[in-house]
Ligand binder design. Structure first.
Ligand code: ZN
Ligand code: ZN
Length: 330
């Protein structure tokens, strides 16, 4: 089968003919139809995440069709079913985190397209227990970005509880998806972009945000929660200053630069700073239930598998206007 392979970090992926994988016990063999590109793919390729499997097939927002079922798989999937394969690929099921509904923090978790092979290929294998059925209303390309930007964004959003006034710092793919759910649930949305980025601010307002401005500005009223989807550490104290008493800042699952020090008074009155790491299957079940009801719309640009390097470069340079989705096997 054709695959884009990472031999070592900080080198372009190589288009290569590799053996088609065989489904082991509990696994599905999946014919990949679409695989969306995530910022984490960039971090893996650029060597910013430690100890990837090498050589590695990246990609963890995979949409495909069950081609073959390994032994020991329960009846949740049949040959021909469409499945989604996310970042969380395997957990041990027995560590303290798994046993307390926090499998996203599993001590021995394996991650698709990082510590196990992913979807920049014609076929992949995945543990059936971590695969999702996907809502029928989306085609393969539309639904692919929901598998990471959507899921991890959703976990970040749920951490804000029932916050009425919600701030979002950084209005990229994940923010755009989660803003739609927040508005559907009648939250008041305050969007912060790079100072001077009036185009994105206008986009947020036309989506329904109550206010949009630069990240160097204060919102017109105090916020009950803020989610940061930008990789800029100084946004943490900035967001903290925008919070009402008891408010929460959620760092939305991205690798951030260092956070500068700030006065204790900004944290006082039970303000909270937290982060989101990975996802649980429960997040996925909830998200794929609510997404088609909103309905959450995705913005995508499609490219053939062979162009993965070009798309990673354009992503790095900020030149994409939607989520890049590799289309495979058509
Ligand atoms: Zn575990
Ligand atoms: Zn991702």
């Amino acid at each position: 089968m054709r695959a884009m392979v990472l031999d070592s970090p900080r080198q372009p992926l190589q288009l290569r003919d590799v053996p088609k994988p065989k489904p082991g016990r509990g696994q599905l063999l999946v014919r990949v139809s679409a695989c969306a590109v995530c910022r984490t793919d960039l971090h893996v390729v650029d060597g910013e995440l430690p100890n990837p499997k090498l050589p590695l097939i990246p990609g963890h927002q995979i949409v495909g069709y069950v081609e073959e079922i390994g032994s020991g798989v329960n009846s949740k999937f049949e040959v021909g079913d469409r499945v989604g394969i996310p970042w969380l690929g395997w957990t041990d099921g027995e560590c303290a985190f798994c046993r307390s509904n926090r499998e996203n923090l599993c001590d021995h978790a394996r991650f698709t397209g990082y510590t196990i092979d992913g979807g920049y290929a014609e076929f992949t294998v995945a543990d059936a227990r971590f695969c999702f059925h996907l809502p029928d209303r989306y085609n393969d390309v539309e639904v692919a970005p929901l598998l990471c930007a959507g899921l991890i964004g959703y976990r970040s959003y749920r951490k804000t509880g029932d916050a009425r006034r919600l701030g979002i710092y950084g209005f990229g793919n994940a923010a755009h998806l989660i803003a739609q759910i927040a508005l559907y649930e009648e939250r008041q949305l305050f969007v912060f972009t790079r100072p001077g980025d009036t185009k994105t601010q206008q986009g947020a307002k036309s989506l329904g945000a109550k206010w949009a401005g630069g990240s160097d500005e204060m919102p017109p009223e105090k916020l009950d929660a803020a989610i940061i989807f930008a990789s800029v550490g100084p946004l943490v104290p900035a967001a903290l200053r925008a919070l009402a008493k008891g408010g929460i800042v959620v760092c939305g699952g991205i690798h951030m630069s260092d956070i500068p020090s700030f006065p204790y008074a900004d944290l006082w009155e039970e303000r909270v700073i937290t982060s989101v790491a990975n996802l649980t299957r429960h997040d996925g079940d909830e998200f794929f239930d609510i997404a088609p009801r909103v309905p959450v719309q995705t913005k995508t640009e499609t490219f053939p598998l062979e162009q993965a390097n070009t798309e990673l470069d354009r992503f790095r340079a900020g030149e994409l206007s939607g989520t890049a989705v590799l289309t495979i096997g058509r």
